[in-house]
Design a protein around this ligand. Structure first.
Ligand SMILES: *Cc1c(COP(=O)(O)O)cnc(C)c1O
Length: 388
C-alpha cells in the first residue's frame, strides 16, 4: 500500500511531548517586543509561579528556568548535591538513566536500583538499596517514566525514605506527570520537584520549573554554579525578575495555559486526564491489544501498548503519521518496535482523542492487525460518555 494521505488531514501530536498547543497559547505567543524588565512582564512571571504552586502541591515558590526539562534535572543535581555525595537513583527507563548520567557527571557516587522495562521500582527495591547505602544525600526518581509509560508510587516511595531519615533529599522528576497525576509535594515531603513546559502544560519546549522544599532551600550545596543558580533565581523571582533573559514568548504562552488550567480547576484537569486515560485503555482492550505496564503502574499521561508479534510496530507508526497525520511514539532501544506510546497529556480534548484513536485503528488495520473497524473508538466513546 502506498502512503496516500487522507484529504485535508493536518498533523496532530499524540507523542508524550511536545504535546498539542491550545489556541489561547498560540494567541499569547503572538505578542512581540515585550521587555522582560517591565512591571507587566514581572507580574506575569509571578502569576505563573503562583499558579504553578497548586500543580506542584506546594506553598513554596517554584522557579522558572529557560531550558528544556533536562536543564531542570541538571539544576536539581547541581544545587542539591556535592562532589563525592552518595545518591540513589531509582530507574525504570531512559529518564531514570538520565538522572544517573547527570549525577555521575557531577561526580556523585550513584547507586542504581533498576526495574525492568515496563515494571515499577518497588518500595522493597528501595529499602534494599537503603540498606546498602544507608545515608545517601539524595534519592532521585521519576513520577512517571515516559519511555515506558510507567507511573511510580511517589507517595509510598517518599514515605519509605522518610521512615528512615528526615535528611535525605527526595528529588522527583515530574516532567511528564504534572497535570496528569496529582503531586502533593509538601504533604508527601518531597524536597525537589521539576517539570517542563512542553508536556502537561501544552506550551512549546523551552521552559522548565523547579520547586524546592523549605528544607532544601536551607541546605543547598556549596558546589559552584552559574546559569542554574537556583538561589539567585529565587531571590529575583520573588518580584518576577528572572536572572537572565527568559524565553519571553513561552512565558506568555505558559501564563495563558495556566489561566486555562486554573479556570477549569486543577482537580478537573487531573480528572480529565483520568477520563482520557480510561477511554484509551478501553479502546486498547476492545482492539484485542494489551497494555505494556502492570495495573499498579497505569499512566494517565500516555498509554503504552504491546505490539502483537503478528504485526510490525514501525509500520503502525509510519501509516499513522503518513496517511492519517497522527504522530504517535514507539519504543526506544530494546523496546523499538515492541511498544506503541499513545499520549493523551495536556490540552487534548475528548474529540481529539477520538481522532487519534481512529487514526491508530486505521494504521493497525493497514499493518495487518485483525479486528472490526470502529470497536476501539466505540469503546472509548462509551467510556467518555459514561464519565461526562
Ligand atoms: C520530557 C522529559 C524530560 C525532559 O526532557 P527534555 O527533552 O529535556 O525536555 C525529563 N523527564 C521526563 C520523565 C520526561 O518525560
Amino acid at each position: 500500500m502506498d502512503n496516500r494521505r487522507e484529504p485535508f488531514t493536518p498533523n496532530r501530536l499524540f507523542a508524550p511531548g511536545p504535546t498539542p498547543t491550545p489556541a489561547v497559547v498560540k494567541a499569547a505567543y503572538q505578542q512581540t517586543d515585550i521587555y522582560h524588565r517591565s512591571k507587566e512582564f514581572e507580574t506575569l512571571v509571578k502569576e505563573c509561579s503562583e499558579m504553578l504552586k497548586r500543580l506542584f502541591g506546594t506553598t513554596t515558590q517554584p522557579v522558572l528556568l529557560t531550558s528544556s526539562g533536562t536543564g531542570a534535572m541538571e539544576a536539581a543535581v547541581v544545587n542539591l548535591t556535592s562532589p563525592g555525595d552518595e545518591v540513589i537513583v531509582l530507574s525504570c527507563g531512559k529518564f531514570g538513566e538520565r538522572w544517573q548520567k547527570i549525577a555521575a557527571n557531577y561526580e556523585c557516587q550513584v547507586q542504581m536500583v533498576t526495574a525492568p522495562n515496563g515494571k515499577v521500582p518497588t518500595v522493597t527495591d528501595l529499602k534494599e538499596a537503603l540498606k546498602r547505602c544507608p545515608k545517601p544525600r539524595a534519592v532521585f526518581f521519576q513520577a512517571h517514566e515516559t519511555s515506558t509509560g510507567v507511573r511510580l508510587p511517589v507517595e509510598e516511595l517518599a514515605a519509605a525514605i522518610r521512615a528512615l531519615s528526615k535528611d535525605i533529599m527526595i528529588i522527583v522528576d515530574a516532567v511528564s506527570s504534572l497535570g496528569a497525576h496529582e503531586i502533593k509535594m509538601d504533604q508527601w515531603s518531597l524536597d525537589c520537584v521539576i517539570s517542563g513546559s512542553q508536556k502537561g502544560f501544552g506550551v512549546g519546549p523551552g521552559l522548565s520549573f523547579v520547586a524546592l522544599s523549605n528544607r532544601a532551600w536551607q541546605d543547598l550545596s556549596k558546589r559552584s554554579r552559574f546559569y542554574f543558580d537556583l538561589e539567585k533565581e529565587r531571590k529575583g523571582q520573588e518580584t518576577g525578575r528572572t536572572a537572565y533573559t527568559p524565553a519571553i514568548n513561552l512565558v506568555l504562552g505558559l501564563h495563558a495555559a495556566l489561566v486555562e488550567i486554573s479556570q477549569l480547576g486543577v482537580d478537573q484537569f487531573l480528572a480529565h486526564h483520568e477520563r482520557l486515560g480510561r477511554a484509551t485503555r478501553a479502546a486498547v482492550a476492545a482492539l484485542g491489544l494489551e497494555l505494556f505496564v502492570d495495573t499498579n503502574a497505569i499512566s494517565n499521561t500516555l498509554t503504552a501498548i504491546k505490539v502483537p508479534s503478528a504485526i510490525n510496530g514501525a509500520d503502525v507508526l509510519t501509516f499513522a503519521k503518513a496517511r492519517y497525520g497522527a504522530i504517535i511514539s514507539g519504543g526506544q532501544d530494546d523496546l523499538k518496535g515492541k511498544i506503541i506510546r499513545f499520549s493523551h497529556l495536556g490540552f487534548v480534548s475528548p474529540f481529539q482523542l477520538i481522532e487519534g484513536l481512529a487514526a491508530l485503528e486505521f494504521a493497525l488495520s493497514d499493518a495487518g492487525w485483525e479486528f472490526q473497524i470502529g470497536v476501539g473508538v466505540s469503546a472509548a466513546m462509551i467510556e467518555l460518555h459514561r464519565h461526562r
